[in-house]
Every structure is written in C-alpha cells, then in structure tokens.
Design a protein around this ligand. Structure first.
Ligand code: ADP
Ligand code: MG
Length: 640
C-alpha cells in the first residue's frame, strides 16, 4: 500500500472505531456493523469474481453455511466464541472446495447457473435438516461471551470492526503476493497460467476455498449480529446483491467491497424514505455532472459518452420530486440504478474515480540485477550438455478427420536453435501445443530430458523445464509487465498462505528476490523502463518481448517461440535476433517457429519443415532452403 492509502485506511478505522461515541444510536451502529460483515464476505467474493474472473452465485449459500455452523455449534453444544469462529471458517472453506468443482469444468453463464444451484441446495438443506438446523423455525443465537463476559452491542461492533480490518489486511496481503498474481493470471489467460507452471486447477480451488473462508467468517458474525438465523435469509436475492456489490463498488479493491456493502445495506432503506431518496438523487445528479465536467476537461471522456449518465441521473432526480409515494416504484428504481451502474461504471465506483484521478502509468525504477539475471539463466542450463534435449517419435495429432500432425519425428539438440517452419496450417503451433501438454497427442511418444511428456499437465511440463510464448499473445492484460514476469517466477516461492498473511521474513525475502529477478529479465528483453505499465497497454511488439521475459522466468531448459517476430518492425526484429542468440548462449535450447525466412536462416542451427502435418525436410538451413519439396510447399508448384 502507498503511504496515502495507509493514511486513509487509518482515518477510516478511527472514524469507524469511534462511531459508537458520536452516533449514540444503536440502529446505526447495527447497520454499520452489518455493512462491515458484508464487506468481509465481499473481500472474499472479490477474490473469485474480481481476480480469478469466475462468476459465483453461490456465496449466499456459503454465507448460510457460516451462519449455521455458528448457530448449530452454539445451539447443540454451547461452544465458545473462538471455537465457533474457527469452525465456521473451516467448515465453509470445505464447502468452498465443493463449489470450486464445477468451476473446474465450466465457466461464464454455465458456472453462474451451477453456483446458483449450489446456493439453492444449501438453502434447501438448511430448511430440511430440521434435526440439525431446526428448519424454518430458525435458531436463536445470543451475543457471544468472552472470559465469561457477554459482549455488549458496542463491544460486538468493535469485534466486527477488528475482524473486518484483519480480513482486509490479510486479503490485501494475499492479493499482493504470488498467490494473488496466480489468481489474477487465471483471469488474464488460463492457458498461459498453466504454461507458466501456475496450475489453473489448483489455484481455482484455492481461490474458492479462501473466498469461502471469509464468507464463513462473515456468516458467523452475522448470526451473532442478528441474534437469530433462519433459512430464507440466504436466498437468491442476497446472492445477486453480493455479486452486484462487488461490481458496483469496484472489483479488485477493498474500498470497493466496503462501498458495495454499504450500497446494498443502505439502498433498500433509502428506497423506503422519499425525502431521503430525493436528496440522494439530487446529490448524485450534481456529483455526476461535476464528474463528467472533469472527465471531459481532462480528455478522459467525450461529451457524447457522458451525456447519457448525466441526463440519466438528472432525470432520476427530477423523477424523485415528481413521485408522491415511493413504495410502488421501489423495485423498478432499484433495478434501473443497478442497470445504470453495471452499464456505465463497469469498473465500479472505485474504478471510476481511480481512472479519473490516477490515469498516469505507474513506473518502476528499474536498474538493478541485470547481470545476476543472466547468471541465473545460465545456471539453470548448466551441468547438462550434449545429446538431444527433446525426442518426439511418430507424433500423431488428430482433430476429427484432420491429421494436424501426421507421424512427425523431431529431435532437438541441446543448446541449439531449431527452426520449425512450414506454410500456414501445416501444424507448427499444434506441435508446440502437444509439446506443452495443451493437447494430448493421439499417438506417438515425446521424451523431454529423458522423461515422457505425454499425458502430463501443462503446468507440470512447464515446471520440468519447457517454457513457451504464444502465436496469439497470451499476456495477463490487467497486470503490469513486472507482475507478468513474476507469474513466471511463481515456482521460486516456497512461502504459503500463512507466510503471506503474516508477511513472514521468508515471504519478504522471496518477494524481493522475485522483484529483482523480474526487473532483470525485463531489462534483458529491453523492457526495463516499462516494468510498471499494464501489459495490455504495451505496443504489440513489446508484448511479444514481454512474453519471452515471462517464459525465461521459468528457468527453462527448452524455450518454444511461436512466431516471435510477427508484427515486429525491422529494428525490433534485429533486437529480437540478438536476444534469441543471447538466450542460446546461456545454454537454453530454443525451438523457433518463424515466417521471416531471413531470421530463420540467420540464427537456426537446424531446421525442420512441416507441410500438411507431415515432416517434408530437415537439416541445415541452407540445405533446407534449396530442397525442392520445400520450395514446392511454399510456392505451391514444382521447382523449375
Ligand atoms: P500452423 O501453426 O502451422 O499455422 P496449426 O498448428 O495452428 O498450423 O494448425 C494446423 C491445423 O490443425 C490447421 O488445419 C488447424 O485448423 C488445425 N487445428 C489446430 N488446432 C485445432 C483444434 N483445436 N481443433 C481443430 N483443428 C485444429
Ligand atoms: Mg501457428
């Protein structure tokens, strides 16, 4: 966190902590408490929705599991507070793992439906398992006691505040760590995550489990806060509200979660009170007009784009004064506001202001560790020399009737640059996908460093030493250049959840090292100055270079480059050739797919030519270039 963020957080905490002294109103204290409890859940939901990019409509169900774990433990066993807190988190985390299972198979609308079903089933189970949950009757849960002293309303409020602050801190640390980068990488590109050794499977489950843990904590506190729980609280409406809160408040932001929680708690109350609604709608219209004026003057937005939101909020304000009774219109207004926010503020409220205020690219001072980086690279490849690093035999890859690879043999000499060329659609990229476990070959064997690759997961293969880039660039767009490379360095972290949450010295050491190495790698490909820039904002050529840096972060023995020069300018291509040579000189074997023949001919030690999935030639570049079959394949006619 930056210094000003810490300052704001502290001011916020002090304001919240002293609220009982200046509000003197238990209704408002209870309301703020509820907001904070929801915020704890939303911190967790944001991990799943904002960072990994999965939809979950199952979080009201998880919230219910937390509440009922607390309720049942108290009602049946009279368990003390600390046992109940831990159990609620633990039990709900287990349910989170169950909820993660569908996310491993489906995404998007399908996942939304399956998670919704999960939530519904939980609600039905709570309702039906009367022997445990008392069914529709519900359970009374009095305020907890600690050291024999029962919490007062204010005391409980402070407990919630403390746990909310702690949750925010822990979530913030997780999301800044290698774990957070792994979550975010899933959203950016699952394929690339896997190929960087960050198992999509594992981190999806991880994200759901952590997220569920916080939902459990929130559910437990909610039970104590309301002092009564019953099944119909944890319904469809609540789960949609949670999702909306994350989106409206602003994903990937703790402040956004708090804001979202405040909105979903306050808005329904607001829509019960006409006078209040009028003043809020007016304020909103004024804020919107001012915001639009700033945005237009700063050239962040155009008058045309801002017209509808400004008119919309103004119309809402006018409408509020025309209304005589709000109750009939409640749902429609609520729906309209949600539609408006989701449509116009896709980054949420926090995101909107962030864009407005901090639009300048962050830049990182990057001037260290360049040489040590190269040493690290050569160390990775040292100690092994001679022989073939990769031997593929009789590889067949069939898509329906199409043989994208037809009995291809490939031997790659250690320490060489091996060109793989052929016309479009000849199976080059398919070969890379087979080598990296994205496709499992229909037949044939592939041995890397003596071990078979066939049937292993992409992340496993990546960790064993094969790194790659992609023909259609697969960066983690919302992450900075440095963070992209740090995802490649994921394998250098031994620290776990607890290290991260406690900010242990082991984690700090590993994190500092990853920053140094990341910057070193960026320097190596000439991107040192752009470390703090989001990957999606880089020019295309630089994105390709960034992919190479990220791949090198794996400390690979074998690097696969799929058309790295595509879309590069002539000077950039020269630079690229130097980089590839340097990589080889550090002992890393390179397979290079390339359409620029001059590149292939100038740097490859050996070239294999594919055509319609079959190997038609192989040998030294000059010999291959003169081969009749190759000329025929490229020109479509027999050579004269
Ligand atoms: P290259 O990289 O040499 O241009 P590719 O390896 O991308 O060619 O494709 C080889 C052939 O395999 C093409 O005909 C392509 O349409 C087909 N192909 C590649 N991937 C798939 C897939 N997942 N499903 C069906 N066909 C595919
Ligand atoms: Mg290709």
């Amino acid at each position: 966190m930056t210094r000003s963020n810490i300052l704001f957080a502290l001011i916020g905490l002090v304001l919240l902590a002293t609220a009982p002294f200046y509000l003197h109103n238990s209704y408002y204290i209870h309301m703020i408490g509820t907001i904070m409890i929801y915020a704890i859940l939303l911190f967790g939901l944001d991990i799943v929705v904002g960072y990994t990019g999965q939809v979950s409509l199952g979080h009201a169900g998880l919230f219910g599991v937390g509440s009922y774990t607390a309720g049942v433990l108290f009602f049946k066993l009279g368990a003390p507070l600390w046992v109940i807190l831990i159990a609620s988190v633990g039990v709900t985390a287990i349910f989170g793992a169950i909820l993660a299972l569908p996310a491993l198979r489906v995404t998007g609308p399908y996942l939304a439906m399956v998670t919704l079903a999960f939530g519904t089933i939980v609600q039905i189970l709570i309702n039906e398992m009367t022997f445990l949950t008392e069914g529709p009757l519900g359970i009374k849960v009095p305020k907890p006691a600690i050291f024999g002293m029962k919490f007062t309303e204010d005391g409980f409020y402070w407990l919630v505040l403390a746990l909310m602050a702690l949750s925010a801190l822990v979530v913030d640390r997780i999301l800044r760590s290698q774990l957070g980068r792994a979550f975010e990488a899933l959203r950016g590109s699952p394929v690339a995550s896997d190929c960087m050794g960050v198992s999509v499977y594992r981190y999806k489950v991880y994200a759901f489990v952590v997220s569920a843990g916080f939902a459990g904590l929130a559910g437990c506190l909610y039970a104590y806060s309301e002092q009564y729980i019953s099944p119909n609280t944890y319904n469809f409406e609540l789960t949609v509200l949670f999702l909306l809160a994350v989106i409206m408040g602003g994903r990937k932001s703790r402040l956004g979660s708090l804001l979202g929680a405040a909105i979903i708690v306050i808005l329904p109350k607001l829509l019960d009170d006409l006078a209040l609604f009028r003043s809020v709608a007016t304020t909103l219209a004024v804020l919107m007009a001012v915001g639009a004026a700033i945005a237009i003057s700063k050239h962040i937005s155009t008058p045309r784009k801002m017209a509808i939101p400004v008119i919309g909020t103004a119309a809402l304000a006018a409408f509020s004064f025309w209304l005589t009774s709000i109750t009939d219109w409640r749902l429609s207004i609520f729906g309209l506001m949600i539609l408006f926010v989701v449509y116009y503020l896709q980054d949420g409220i926090v995101g909107f202001f962030r864009n407005l205020l901090f639009r300048k690219a962050r830049s990182v001072d990057a001037d260290a560790a360049f040489d040590t980086q190269l040493d690290a690279l050569s160390q990775a490849a040292a100690g092994r020399s001679g022989g073939d690093v990769l031997v593929a035999q009789g590889v067949l890859m069939q898509f329906g009737g199409l043989k994208a690879l037809n009995m291809v043999d490939l031997r790659i000499k250690r320490g060489s640059i091996h060109g793989l060329i052929g016309p479009n659609g000849s199976g080059k990229s398919t070969m890379m996908n087979v080598l990296t476990g994205i496709y499992v070959p229909t037949a044939g064997s592939i041995a890397f460093d003596g071990d078979s690759v066939v049937g292993r997961t992409s992340s496993d293969i990546a960790l064993s030493g094969i790194a790659r880039t992609f023909q259609n660039v697969q960066l983690f767009g919302e992450m900075t250049a440095l963070q992209n490379v740090q995802v490649g360095l994921h394998h250098t972290f031994d620290s776990n959840f607890v290290d991260v949450a406690l900010n242990s010295s082991r984690y700090q050491r590993e994190n500092d090292a990853s920053v140094q190495r990341g910057l070193g790698l960026l320097h190596f490909v000439g991107l040192g100055e752009l470390a703090g820039e989001e990957a999606r904002n880089l020019p295309y050529g630089k994105q390709r270079l960034l992919e190479i840096a990220r791949a090198l972060a794996l400390d690979p023995q074998l690097l696969l480059l799929d058309e790295p020069a595509a879309g590069l300018t002539a000077p950039d291509i020269k630079e690229l050739i130097t980089i590839i040579r340097k990589i080889r000189d550090h002992g890393i074997t390179v397979i290079l797919i390339e359409h620029h023949m001059d590149v292939v001919m100038s740097i490859c030690d050996e070239v294999t030519v594919l055509d319609f999935g079959q190997k038609i030639a192989e040998g030294k570049p000059a010999a291959v270039q003169a081969d009749e079959k190759v000329i025929e394949a490229y020109l479509g006619a027999p050579a004269a």
